[in-house]
Design a protein around this ligand. Structure first.
Ligand code: F6R
Ligand code: MG
Ligand code: MG
Length: 366
């Protein structure tokens, strides 16, 4: 049976700053999807990570389906109404265009979709990150899909021995989707050469080379490419099919114990370690740290199980403590050097004006 998983997420308002949505806002989104989605989606699940609400839907209409995207858009519009009523901060923030036009891509919300023939009791993972950008998934995906130090299945499972095909997007290109396809293991150094630059090159999808099946889909939206100015970090979502011929759940989760430094944090303009958190967690220290949640599901004939919260385990408490230390350490140097992003990635335009003024004050000494 063909199943499509579509996850569409947006920040449409938050309590007390950019930290988490209200219960009423979540309920409005949930209610809209439950009532208007009848006969359209097979199943759905609504959750939040930081200030972002994610609508996960199963259906059989394929990727980029107008009706599915419209449903999510309208749910966020309904949510925005409640956010405005309640006086939530940043109400409707990620709905960058006034009206829906065919597909939410380019309108503000982030989208990741997978379309596949269901395996029996198909397991998959849904990741959502806040206060960071899509490049945050580059390193964990590289390690989980190419490195036997993280993915023992690359050695132990014949179904994975041919490796994986990476589709990598140049997100600096605003004319269209500029992509390259590279194969692991033979192109590993080329893949690494691209993926080291998290702000420019982003994994969009990964395919099994054994079966040709799609395994991973990442949202690649860059909000500032759409709005032309700062409107929040991109806060990416990702879907990963797991087990059997694909990495095991634990192999995909393993690299998240690094708490690697990513772009985002306060004002989308800093460097901070990516902390794995429980789903439905808010944001705190220095509008961060950047966080990622992971819900594990099985889907059978389009029906979802309840989620298992993959980062809700004592092991990840240990990781969170370690990552907190990394966050404290880099914050100790404030604005200096690598702790703040380089000029082109700073999300607030004010610095441009400041630099212009300062430029004019410089004099070359005779
Ligand atoms: C980062 C983020 C926050 C805000 C910060 C200032 O993605 O959402 O760190 O940038 O709280 O917010 P404003 O400019 O709305 O006062
Ligand atoms: Mg957010
Ligand atoms: Mg936000």
């Amino acid at each position: 049976m063909k199943t499509t998983l579509s996850v569409i997420k947006a920040d449409v308002g938050s309590i007390g700053g950019h930290i988490q949505p209200s219960k009423r806002l979540l309920e409005a989104v949930r209610k809209h999807v439950a009532t208007e989605g009848r006969g359209l989606v097979t199943d759905s699940y609504i959750s939040y990570t930081g200030d972002d609400i994610a609508i996960l839907m199963t259906h059989s209409r394929g990727k980029g389906n107008e009706k599915i995207h419209q449903l999510a858009w309208d749910a966020f519009v309904a949510g925005t109404r409640v956010a405005k009523e309640q006086g939530l901060y940043g109400a409707g923030q990620d709905l960058l265009k006034d009206s829906f036009s065919g597909n939410v891509k380019g309108l503000g919300p982030a989208v990741a979709e997978l379309d596949f023939d269901e395996r029996p009791n198909e397991p998959f993972l849904f990741f959502a990150a806040d206060k960071t950008d899509p490049g945050a998934y580059n390193l964990p995906l590289y390690l989980a899909f190419t490195d036997p130090m993280y993915n023992s299945g690359l050695i132990l499972s014949p179904a994975m021995s041919q490796g994986f095909r990476f589709v990598i997007m140049d997100v600096s290109c605003t004319e269209g989707d500029r992509v390259v396809e590279l194969n692991a293991p033979e192109d590993m150094y080329d893949i690494a050469a691209l993926l080291r630059d998290n702000q420019r090159f982003v994994v969009e999808a990964i395919y099994s080379r054994t079966s040709g099946e799609v395994v991973v889909s990442v949202s690649t939206t860059r909000l500032h490419n759409i709005a032309g100015k700062y409107t929040g970090k991109d806060d990416p979502v990702m879907l990963v099919r797991v087990q059997g011929a694909f990495p095991a759940t634990g192999e995909v989760l393993a690299p998240f114990n690094i708490g690697h430094y990513v772009a985002g944090f306060m004002r989308g303009s800093h460097t901070g370690p990516l902390m794995p958190v429980r789903s439905n967690s808010g944001i705190s220290y220095f509008d961060g740290p950047p966080v990622v949640s992971c819900q594990a599901f099985c889907v059978s004939k389009g029906i979802l199980t309840e989620p298992a919260d993959a980062f809700d385990h004592p092991y990840w408490d240990f990781v969170r403590t370690k990552v907190s230390q990394k966050a404290t350490d880099i914050r100790a140097q404030g604005f200096s050097g690598v702790s703040m992003l380089h000029y082109g990635e700073l999300e607030y335009g004010g610095i441009v004006e400041k630099m212009k003024k300062l430029e004019n004050m410089f004099k070359v000494r005779a």
